[in-house]
Design a protein around this ligand. Structure first.
Ligand SMILES: NC(=O)c1ccc[n+]([C@@H]2O[C@H](COP(=O)([O-])OP(=O)(O)OC[C@H]3O[C@@H](n4cnc5c(N)ncnc54)[C@H](OP(=O)(O)O)[C@@H]3O)[C@@H](O)[C@H]2O)c1
Length: 343
């Protein structure tokens, strides 16, 4: 017992010395330096706001172009193209993170199919660089991946199911998972599924916002009914990343909602929730669209591992819509930087 107390004391002392050396003092013993990529994206922006609310965190956020992060809280921001390894390395060495959370990626499957080299450079090679650098700095590396690593023939999937991507995007992300494991100081791979939600100053659409916006304008839409996913509220995903960072939860994690829905079912639920005209939604098969990238038919995740080991509790889709609506109202009152509009 005495030995344990002494070891604990020694560890705290060591952490304190490390923090002091970096010019910081431990606040409540939980101080953490987080290096976040993709901070102008949906998850990255949400995570930046979420982490800053947590308090004992020093955040270095990176994105392409000027910051769109809407907060009064203090954080550092750097405009970095992550395919430029040297700039990335200098910034990381200067910052000395405890945790690196990597959300940036080329996320549109069709864009990846049409630009395979650029896709590989950001989605795979940049992950390899970042993971190795994080390892050298003794930081825990959290890397975001996707349900598109599966072929969609036998979803929903568990962590130990065999991946078999059917697109360049899926391939690049599966290779990125292998690259992430090169981080020698500990890593977590967080796969997720069809993310929806809202941040201030949104730069990109997602299914729920697109349906809501189209129906509000009276625009008819065609929505696929023969694909299935477990849609994920971005706030749940941010919370899961935080749980993983806090526990340094090494390994592969499936993080999503729990209900298996087709995009068509999601669209109907969205119309119903917002009191919009569902007659404008046309039910179609995936074969209606000729898209460059193949999509897996049925993915979705079984999230028992995250529930049990992380205490992860996602919103239901209905609750997710309620939360999104609450935030839409809240964000209208926040002055945001940049020129984007809150959808
Ligand atoms: N959204 C989903 O439905 C979904 C589903 C499964 C998995 N995921 C994974 O979850 C993660 C987060 O997704 P998200 O929805 O937040 O994506 P997102 O909104 O598309 O954000 C991705 C961010 O990465 C940035 N980026 C792209 N190339 C870059 C480069 N060369 N250098 C620096 N930054 C670069 C983009 O910058 P710009 O703003 O300048 O374009 C964008 O801000 C990704 O790894 C994605 O693969 C997402």
């Amino acid at each position: 017992m005495l030995l344990l107390i002494l070891l604990n004391f020694h560890q705290q002392k060591h952490d304190q010395q490390k923090a002091c050396k970096r010019g910081y003092f431990l606040i409540k013993g939980k101080y953490m330096k987080v290096f976040l990529t993709g901070a102008n994206g949906l998850l990255g922006h949400k995570l930046a706001l979420y982490l800053l609310e947590k308090g004992d965190i020093e955040l270095m956020a990176t994105g392409r172009g000027p910051s769109r992060i809407a907060t009064e809280k203090k954080f550092s921001y750097k405009d970095i193209d992550l395919t430029h390894a040297e700039v990335l390395q200098d910034t990381l060495i200067h910052f000395q993170p405890d945790v690196v959370i990597h959300t940036a990626a080329m996320t549109q499957a069709d864009e990846c199919e049409l630009n395979p080299e650029a896709c590989w450079a950001i989605n795979t090679l940049a992950v390899e660089n970042l993971g190795i650098m994080a390892g050298k700095l003794n930081a825990f590396f959290i890397h975001l991946s996707t349900d598109f690593v599966f072929d969609g023939f036998s979803g929903p999937y568990r962590e130990n199911d065999l991946p078999n991507p059917v697109s360049k995007y899926g391939n690049s992300k599966l290779a990125s998972e292998k690259a992430a494991t090169l981080c020698l100081s500990g890593w977590a791979i967080v796969r997720t599924v069809l993310v929806y939600g809202v941040v201030p100053n949104m730069s990109r659409n997602n299914l729920v916002l697109w349906v809501k916006d189209s129906l509000e304008k009276g625009i008819p839409i065609k929505v696929v009914s023969d694909q299935w996913r477990t849609p994920t509220l971005v706030d749940d995903l941010a919370e899961a990343c935080w749980l993983i960072a806090n526990k340094r939860a090494h390994g592969l994690w499936h993080i999503s909602g729990e209900e298996i829905l087709s995009p068509y079912q999601m669209a109907l639920k969205t119309a119903e929730f917002f009191g919009l005209n569902s007659q404008l939604i046309e039910k179609v098969d995936a074969s209606t669209f000729s898209q460059p990238a193949k999509r897996p038919q049925k993915t979705g995740f079984i999230i028992d591992k995250a529930r049990t080991l992380l205490g992860y509790k996602p919103h239901s889709f209905e609750e997710g819509l309620k939360e999104l609506n609450r935030q839409l109202i809240q964000y209208k009152t926040i002055p945001v930087p940049g020129s984007g509009e809150t959808p």
